[in-house]
Design a binder for this molecule. Structure first.
Ligand code: ATP
Length: 206
């Protein structure tokens, strides 16, 4: 076995996780398996750069929900790296911090097709590509083809089982008094109930 093959493989999966749901767990499980990761860090974003016009649940509560939800999976850790930082959380800064903390690790940045479409607008996108292997997960039969970058071989692609569920839909259902059990891991649901989250009906897309 070469020295390269022995480098720990560390995945990074960012998002708002407001709230986390079983779609996120399925992605986490699938990338751990397909990329043979030693560890996957789930990183809730502090000030989601793309969602500033929408109300977002406070970081401490999203962190608690993510930790509760992800406890169901081995080798997955929830990191408060971005929540501890002041100002907007740029993914490139997160990768730099992880690179400094784990100099030997091979980094894999796990992105949804929606995130990849915006990649070129991201802060220091080129540096991002240098720091980590980009992995896009596509929902079987659902996500449209990602943009041209894929054709150049800059991205690894992983297909994940399709679950038609989103945090937006969970918030809507809670607001409307509809059941969300089995869509949100039980432990995260306890946080939602305890904190009284999403009771105000949310506009579609909010
Ligand atoms: P919202 O509805 O608030 O936009 P979301 O459900 O998309 O939230 P995010 O926290 O934005 O959740 O998700 C982080 C990543 O997980 C995104 O890349 C998103 O595409 C992906 N994701 C969300 N839901 C699913 C799902 N059902 N299956 C696969 N990936 C998902």
């Amino acid at each position: 076995m070469t020295a390269t093959a022995e480098r720990p493989r560390l995945g990074v999966f960012g998002g708002t996780f407001d709230p986390p749901h079983v779609g996120h767990l399925v992605v986490a499980q699938e990338v751990l398996h397909r990329l043979a990761l030693d560890r996957l860090l789930v990183v809730p974003a502090a000030v989601p750069p793309h969602k500033r016009d929408q109300p977002v649940t406070g970081g401490a509560v999203r962190l608690a929900m993510a930790r509760a939800a992800m406890a169901a999976l081995d080798r997955v850790e929830v990191s408060d790296l971005e929540l501890r930082r002041d100002g907007p959380s740029y993914t490139v800064d997160t990768l730099r911090a992880l690179r400094a903390d784990h100099p030997d690790a091979e980094l894999f940045l796990v992105l949804g097709a929606d995130q990849v479409r915006e990649l070129d607008t991201w802060h220091e996108a080129d540096e991002l590509r240098r720091l980590a292997t980009l992995v896009v997960f596509r929902r079987a039969g659902q996500d449209p083809d990602p943009p041209g970058a894929v054709a150049t071989g800059e991205l690894l692609e992983i297909e994940v089982p399709r679950l038609d569920i989103s945090s937006t839909e969970i918030r809507r259902r809670v607001g409307a008094g509809e059941p969300v059990r089995f869509l949100v891991p039980e432990a995260a649901l306890e946080v939602i109930e305890r904190e009284g989250l999403y009771r105000e009906p949310h506009a579609a897309g909010a």
